[in-house]
Design a protein around this ligand. Sequence first.
Ligand SMILES: Cc1cc2nc3c(=O)[nH]c(=O)nc-3n(C[C@H](O)[C@H](O)[C@H](O)COP(=O)(O)OP(=O)(O)OC[C@H]3O[C@@H](n4cnc5c(N)ncnc54)[C@H](O)[C@@H]3O)c2cc1C
Length: 246
Amino acid sequence: MPAWSGVRQFTVVDRRNEAANIDSFFLKPVDGGEVQGYLPGQYLRFRVKPASEPKPGIATYSLSDRPGLDHYRITIKRLPGGRFSGHFHEAVHAGTVLDVAAPNGVFFLDAAETAPVVLISAGVGLTPLVSMRNALTAAGTGRECWFLHSARSAAEHAFRGERPEGVETRVFYSNPGVGDTGFDVRGRLTPAAAEAVLPAGLYESAIFYICGPVEFLCDHYQALRARGVSKERARYEFFGTTVALD
Ligand SMILES: Cc1cc2nc3c(=O)[nH]c(=O)nc-3n(C[C@H](O)[C@H](O)[C@H](O)COP(=O)(O)OP(=O)(O)OC[C@H]3O[C@@H](n4cnc5c(N)ncnc54)[C@H](O)[C@@H]3O)c2cc1C
């Protein structure tokens, strides 16, 4: 059941730079009503009209923080030549009113499950996984959680420095800048690199959530399947045209 039907208006109450070309937008309902809950990992859809476009279109962005706050947060990477991401970065500021459809999506953390969770992301693909991670830490259930994230360098790493207690965080920089700190592994987060840091037993028991560029996603999904992880335990989301992996 969606939290509301059709479109509801939200005001951008704040905007924050998180990394190079990556900004967060904080939203509150114009009507001052409740900020409805959602399942960590779900996304919002926006009806927006970039100046470059003849008519409005629908843009999809994951909720990037946990449910239960007095606002929604989305975090957008500006793509070169990107219509919607360019529109948000150019034309959406504190005070902008946006048309928003209710939270939706089937890629979410299920609080009824108790198995360990392994979150694997690259680039801006971390957004739904940060929501899941923050929901888990806020719940304080002690559920085992691993957070593996890959960025090129500190400059491109959103939410850098966030290492919540109780979460096994491993940050990979493929091309660290001079003086970059706060990362654990120099190199790409390949399936082999993940295997080198994860306890082997997790492949028998954990639920894996993967989000990132399509090649990254396919590599990790296929490696998990080859290690005997069931489809049910290898969950993924791609930020583009739907991909269906077997
Ligand atoms: C479930 C879901 C959740 C998402 N969550 C997030 C999120 O949390 N954060 C986030 O940043 N994004 C997220 N996305 C992605 C987001 O919805 C947009 O797809 C993204 O912002 C790019 O849209 P755009 O309009 O800026 O780019 P587009 O205009 O669609 O272009 C994308 C890229 O393709 C290039 N391109 C476009 N047209 C052509 C062409 N004809 N020939 C060659 N190249 C072309 C552009 O230059 C650009 O680099 C999510 C997507 C989904 C489906």
